[in-house]
Design a protein around this ligand. Structure first.
Ligand code: ZN
Length: 92
């Protein structure tokens, strides 16, 4: 006996028997106080592209000189203190 699994897009309701038909989409909303993950849905490739989440064109890998310079821990602490002082109006 064989089983046939049908995969259904949560957005357009198209179906396929191919397991790679669907892609998981989760929206994460983040702030300095933490992250909230929304529900995960499964969309077909056409819906993912149509929603503008990705054009699905492979981009060239980033070169090291294109990446932002990594901050040291000391720089990060200075940055946090500066932001805190600015948000308190500098009345410290
Ligand atoms: Zn779809």
């Amino acid at each position: 006996m064989s089983k046939l699994t049908t995969y259904t897009c949560d957005r357009c309701k198209k179906t396929s028997e191919k397991p790679n038909f669907l892609h998981s989409i989760t929206v994460m909303v983040g702030s300095r106080y933490g992250n909230n993950n929304g529900p995960t849905v499964e969309w077909c490739r056409a819906c993912v592209v149509e929603a503008g989440i990705t054009s699905w064109t492979p981009s060239p890998p980033l070169k090291k000189e294109d990446l932002p310079e990594a901050l040291s821990v000391e720089d990060l602490i200075r940055e946090i203190i500066r932001e805190e002082m600015e948000s308190n109006g500098g009345n410290q």
